[in-house]
Design a protein around this ligand. Structure first.
Ligand SMILES: Nc1ncnc2c1ncn2[C@@H]1O[C@H](COP(=O)(O)OP(=O)(O)OP(=O)(O)O)[C@@H](O)[C@H]1O
Ligand SMILES: [Mg+2]
Length: 450
């Protein structure tokens, strides 16, 4: 995150000019970015002007004193962490300043090492607070709206609403691009955990040897390069929902560990000896035939049963063509201002004849492309990819022979086609394409397919 790369921003508010001068110099030497104010009201202005990570705040100042500044900062929700400096340390003022939100206090004369140590600790706290805020906003921004006009989908949504309020694990099945992640967000948003984090773990996007540390975190020194300890996704999801996407890709030896952690709600960090307890709800999704895999030996059946106490299956778009119109309208409404906002019936008709191997994700790409290409306010048949105009298209789309596609377009189309062929299985698709899965993910992102 940006705040970890840039210098820690420190603000000093103290009326002792000589002390401020020394602090500015020494803290800058320690690698901090430092600014200072010589009284409370200038201090508040400084804090309002720029987001400081940490503020060293004198308690005894003429005019606005330190406690006043703390009060005002709390009132204005200034996100800075405060370390209070006081000459006459009485427990009373220290307690009062902590009550008003200060991180800690120091008595003057202060030791520079101690100041530096406390600034770093306070900054860590600020980063953690910021991270949880960002996660919360992400969840809010997700909205989790599912546009539909299909009976089958409405039935699934009704079931999802019913189970959202329970703590039961839900397994979401469906082809690639059918809206499994949106459904998981919907369940989270309609659950009592909606204020908590919604954390996604994509099993297909992670190297096998990193699974455990990603899920459970690690302790400092657990392996080469583990210079500090790190929280895993289980811990980040505490109080909220953990969404295990592409669950069919979890390697065998991780399946047992995952089952234990989900069943007990406890786990150990890699290299850790302390058992950590979390309160999470688990949702999972896959485009694979997980029940079939569990019947064979490709997936542990005990984990399968644990994850699938409720199973929701999302129908492919070609089985709910009545959804094309409402989804297109929803997708158009999501476009930034200045883009085409409507679509004509002839274009919708062409869309209804397409087979959509990439489902809603493919529909989204077609709509975005058309909205960008369209010269008018209304998308027409001419704004759709060339193959839409060649009549009904079944399963695999024919390669373009008109020579009008750029290499990039061709690559994008081909990837979608191969994904359709492999029913969305990315590992298999990457194999056919002759690239590794990571490269495929990069390309999906680049072309807005994923
Ligand atoms: N009902 C809907 N209305 C509008 N947009 C939708 C709807 N369902 C899905 N989408 C959009 O379609 C895209 C694909 O959805 P999502 O990522 O949930 O699918 P998925 O099944 O998880 O796909 P994959 O298997 O490829 O991971 C997303 O951009 C999502 O916002
Ligand atoms: Mg998904």
């Amino acid at each position: 995150m940006d705040s970890q790369k840039r210098k820690i921003r420190v603000c000093v508010i103290d009326d002792e000019e000589a002390l401020v001068g020394v602090l500015k110099e020494e803290l800058a030497r320690e690698g901090f970015e430092v600014a200072a104010a010589l009284n409370g009201s200038d201090g508040i202005k400084l804090l309002e002007h720029k987001p400081f990570d940490v503020c060293l705040l004198d308690l005894n100042m003429p005019g606005l004193n330190g406690l006043d500044v703390l009060g005002k900062a709390a009132q204005q929700a200034i996100p800075t962490e405060f370390i209070v400096l006081t000459a006459c340390a009485t427990v009373q003022t220290a307690v009062e300043s902590i009550r008003l939100g200060a991180y800690d206090y120091l008595t003057k004369p202060c030791n520079l090492d101690r100041i530096v140590f406390l600034i770093k600790k306070a900054h860590e706290k600020r980063c953690m607070r910021q991270e949880s805020l960002i996660l919360k906003r992400m969840t809010e921004a997700r909205g989790a709206r599912i546009a539909t006009a299909s009976k089958a989908m409405l039935q699934v949504i009704k079931e999802a609403e019913k189970v959202a309020g329970t703590e039961a694990p839900v397994l979401i099945l469906g082809e690639s691009g059918t809206g499994k992640e949106v459904m998981a967000e919907f369940i989270h948003a309609n659950s009592s955990r909606s204020e908590g984090p919604f954390i996604v773990f994509n099993s297909a996007a992670i190297q096998e040897n990193l699974f455990e540390s990603e899920l459970f975190g690690y302790e400092k020194g657990a392996f080469t390069g583990a210079n500090s300890s790190k929280e895993g996704l289980f811990e980040l999801a505490d109080g909220g929902t953990l969404f295990l996407d592409e669950i069919g890709e979890v390697p065998q030896q991780m399946q047992a560990k995952l089952l234990r952690a989900i069943e007990k709600g406890t786990f150990y960090k890699v290299g850790g000896t302390k058992e950590i307890r979390v309160d999470i709800r688990v949702l999972s999704a896959t485009n694979k035939d997980l029940p079939g895999m569990a019947k064979g030996n490709a997936f542990r059946d005990d984990l399968y049963y644990r994850l699938s106490s409720i199973t929701l299956t999302l129908p492919p778009l070609r089985e709910r063509r009545e959804d094309i119109k409402p989804i297109v309208e929803e997708l158009l409404a999501r476009l930034p201002a200045g883009y085409t906002k409507s679509i004509d019936d002839a274009a919708l008709e062409l869309m209804a004849r397409h087979d959509w191997p990439g489902n809603i994700r493919e529909l989204q790409n077609v709509v975005n492309r058309a909205a960008i290409l369209s010269d008018s306010d209304r998308i027409g048949p001419g704004d759709l990819p060339p193959e839409f105009k060649d009549g009904p298209v079944n399963q695999a789309r024919p390669a373009q022979s008109g020579g009008l596609l750029s290499l990039c377009d061709l690559e994008r189309e081909h990837i979608i086609r191969v994904l359709g062929h492999t029913a969305g299985q990315k590992k298999k698709a990457a194999g056919i394409l002759g690239i590794d899965v990571k490269t495929l993910y990069r390309k999906l992102k680049q072309y807005g397919i994923s």
